[in-house]
Structure formats: C-alpha cells, structure tokens
Ligand binder design. Sequence first.
Ligand code: NAP
Length: 412
Amino acid sequence: MSSQSQYGGDSNMQSKQPANSAEGRVEKAGTPVRREENPSAPARRADKKLRAGVLGATGIVGQRLVSLLAGHPWFELTEVAASERSSGKTYAEAARWHLDGPIPDAARGLVVKGLDLSLDCDFVFSALDSSVAGPAEEDFARAGYPVVSNSMNHRMDPDVPLLIPEVNAAHIDAIPLQQKNRGYDTGFIVTNPNCSTAGLVLVLKPLADAFGLEKVFVVTLQAISGAGYPGVASMDIQGNVVPFISGEEQKMEAEPQKLLGKWDGSRFVDAGIGLSAHCNRVPVIDGHLECVSVGLKKIASLDEVREALRNFEVDADLASLPSALRNPIVVLGEENRPQPRRDVNAGNGMAAVVGRVRECPLLDVKLTLLSHNLVRGAAGAALLNAELLAARGFLKHRVTPSESHLAEPVSS
Ligand code: NAP
C-alpha cells in the first residue's frame, strides 16, 4: 500500500501549498480569496508575505524551520540568527545541514546574525537552546516581535499560550493579557509543547472530548534527534537504550494539563488528569514512539475508541491553514505498527500515527503512538502556530529598521 493511500493523500502541506498559492488564490489587499475550489480557503488575506526570522536557525529544529519556510504561501524567511559561533557567516557556511534535500536557495546566502533586536522581519520563530531562550525571547517580545517558540522556557508561564491548534486554539486569547501584564506592545510569546507531549496530547484530545480522561500512563521511546545536534554520544546510544532524559518526564506530566485545560479569561485552568511518564532514549534518528495506557471517565468499547481517534477532524478554518491536516490522527490496523522508519513522515510529519488499540488490564485502553519529533513536535508545530496567529490577525507587517528611514519626515 502506498503511503499516500494509507495515510490519506489530500491533506498535507505538499499537496496544499500549490493550492494556496495558485493563481486566483494569491491574496491581494481587500480582495476576498476565491473559495470556489476549496470552501475552506485560508482566512489570511494580505498583499505580501509576512517576513519571518529564525532564532537558532543553525540547530536541528532551526534547520527544519528553514526548510519548511521555503516556498511557504504566507511567510518568507528574511533573517537567520544564532550564537557568536555562527554570526557573520552565511547560512550555508554556518549550518551543519542535516536534512536530505539541499539548503533552500532563499537561506543559503543569508548572513547569520546574533540575537540582534533590530532584525528585518515581522515575527520570529525561536529554536534557541534553552540555556539562552528564556531572556532572549522576552527581549524580542519587548522589542515588538511576536515570538513563536519551541523552547521549554516559557511554556508553563501563567500568561503564555502553550499551543496545539487542533487541541486548544482558544488559548491564544491569553495574548492581550500577557501583553498588558508584561508591558509588551506588539510583541508576545507563544510556545509549542515538548516533542513527546505534542503527539501524546493530539491523541488524547478526541478521547478527552468523547469519554473524559482520568489517568494516563505513558512510556516513551524517543529518537536521538530530540536531543539536538550532536546530542547523545554515539558510544552511549549505539546498540543501547538510555532510560533517562533530563527534565522530560516532568514536562510530559505538566504540559498536557495546560494543553487539555482551559483559558478562563484570566488564567489557565489545568485539566486535572493523573499522569505518569517514563522517558527513554533509543537509537532511532527521528520519531518518538509512545506506549500509552488510558483510564477513561466513561465506559467505551475499543471500537468506539478507534472511531473517536479515526474521526477526529479539525474545523474548516483550522484545516485551511497551510500546514494543517483535516484528520491529524492516523489509525493503523496492522499489529506491528506504527514504526518510526515506516510511519514517521505520515501527513508530512504532522500526523500522529496510532496502532495497537487494545484493552488494558490496569486502566481501560492501551495503544501505541508515533509522531515526528522535529516536525509535529517542533518545527511543524511552531509553523502551524504561526499560521493560526496569522489567520487570526496576531501577526502584522512591522516597520523594521531598514524601512524606518522611509517613514521619517525629511528634515529641511
Ligand atoms: P540544537 O541543534 O542544539 O540548536 C541550538 C540552536 O541554538 C543553534 O542554532 C545554536 O546556534 C543556538 N544557540 C546556542 N547557544 C546560543 C547563544 N548563546 N546565543 C544564540 N544562539 C545560541 O538544538 P535543537 O534540537 O535544534 O533545539 C532547539 C530548541 O528547541 C531547544 O530549546 C529544544 O529544547 C527545543 N526543542 C527541540 C526538539 C527536538 O526534537 N530537537 C523538539 C522540541 C523542542 P549555533 O549553531 O551558532 O551554536
């Protein structure tokens, strides 16, 4: 079976990109997007693309972002920034490129900057190492840049949305309060979850909606690319499993509570689920596998659980975002799937792939899930967050330093 027919071929970014940028759909200011070919055409209407900067562009997540931004219908990459080790070099010189395809032409010649608060862009993605991301992201937000972050530093802040659009898009309503609390003007911070939390919560969401969640017990088998580059030493991971990933279990036990909880207009209210996580590093390049047992509030048959997962569908507005999938969960029937090597790129890496849905003698139901840690769990997640923000009007064209002289009155 081809991967396209197995996973559904019409709802991934590769197939949607041309549709979004096709003649007749190219957006002009004030001109409605033609909707006859696709009733759920993208909500964003603008005369030019928003300019994106990537902080931490040379790292393993940053490279994915640079790659996903190439040819994006709404965003263009205009700035790349990293540490002093890289700044001043061209991107092609600075990035030790890990992806299969070549470095996108639009990025090759960009000069890597430091964490410079006068970048020529309308918003920034942050794929910075967590040792620097905390204050750096605050500095950019204070300087007026919307910050769409991958890093852990602000995920659990009481006024920062931790976002998976298919799960808790309404949490972006916290942004105005964050700006007020922190004295930000046009800037703000939005985050995406930890890479293993992302797939887990996407799969838990339809179960929470249909049956309610009481308890979740999860054991992860996490790929080495989740540790950045060079990550775990080859001597430690070749032919081995490392049953410890610093801070990971705490993140997996805390972040789902916020993601599956509610924004009540003034604060995030936790979902109140009992959660226990064991996290392991395994010698796989990309793709986090997770063995999950779930205790449900309402009794459900295995068929009802499978149907709830299979029928999970996002609304038309969300489905029209360029990186979104209409059905972000793929349920496989084979007893030995999902597998990282075979299934990691389902839905261009944006799907959570579920298999082995069966009874659990301790809780109610158990299953195995897989998601791409660098796409659904990092770069693709941030891109989808930025698309949601753009569609809802939170990203706007900024007057940046290179343009500001045009706006200044000519002195006589
Ligand atoms: P990485 O490969 O180690 O890349 C780190 C990036 O941060 C590089 O671009 C590096 O620039 C830059 N950097 C480091 N120190 C800096 C400094 N002092 N000033 C400015 N830039 C600095 O890490 P990664 O895996 O891409 O992860 C990036 C972030 O995403 C981390 O916060 C990580 O926790 C998070 N995340 C990762 C994953 C994943 O699966 N890997 C998933 C979700 C979230 P140089 O190249 O110049 O050193």
